[in-house]
Design a protein around this ligand. Sequence first.
Ligand SMILES: [Zn+2]
Ligand SMILES: [Zn+2]
Length: 311
Amino acid sequence: MARRSRQQDPESLRKELLDLIKNFEVELKSDDLRGKVIALVPAHHILRDLGSSLIPKGVAASARDRIILYLTKYPRQVIKGDELMVISGIGEWARRVRELRVQFGWSIATGVTAKEMLEEGELDLTEFGIERLSPDNYILLDESQDRDAAFRWNKANEIRKKKTAVKDKLLEFLVENVGKPVTGEELRYVAGDKTEWARRVRELRTEEGWAVTTKNMGRPDLPIGVYLLEDTHQAPPHDRKIPDDVRRAVLSRDEYSCQHCMWNHSKWNKADPRHLELHHKIHHAKGGENTEENLITLCTVCHDKVHRTEK
Ligand SMILES: [Zn+2]
Ligand SMILES: [Zn+2]
């Protein structure tokens, strides 16, 4: 059974530990392996107690509270899992981190999810001064808690259990939260923790024309590590299959603004929910290519207008 760590005066724990280690000298010299192991057990317990006592009980009484307190004290810094093990004082610390992420709405990126986003070009960690995260690394990306997370969590669980394809689950969750940011961690959870999740989300954009954006892909105003489906309108087939690097280059060249009316995301409002799309100057059907030179950024309103008047 999992043992709860005891929080008390760190200095008395330190002394207790020292005494135990000192007395261990005798066991170490004996041939009694089991005796040595049993003598070390309390030392392990006290070491955990000491870790969990670094934050006083009155400040954070549970392992979960200690973990989030520690992360909010060092936001946007790479934290090793081992540090969370020490401060939580429990063996099950990784599960507590997951609860903080998906149930309590804290934006904690883990090395595993970050790696999968990086591979799909959806994440850029250079602002943290690093290129990648190790699987056992964590970063608190944002110090504010997302209060809607618990509601999304119920929906995520419902969709996760369905017997549909991973891509369908991801789309259902994104459509359910249209116009609202969801984290990569949530999408991974919805996908049943399958590593393919990030690739499938990208395919929803590049192959099926769904307006799935990230900070690195069309929406520099978004927080890092989140995805947002802009509306439930799929791009027409002729505008799909634009390579991501070309899409990124065109949007950045056009400064994330419609080149006809200069609309950009800072002007977004509920009554007029536009987003940005790429339009082929020479139409795809007429041999126009998916190149930077042949593509231009338009808002959905201007884009529709262009196609209506050209027909
Ligand atoms: Zn426009
Ligand atoms: Zn077009």
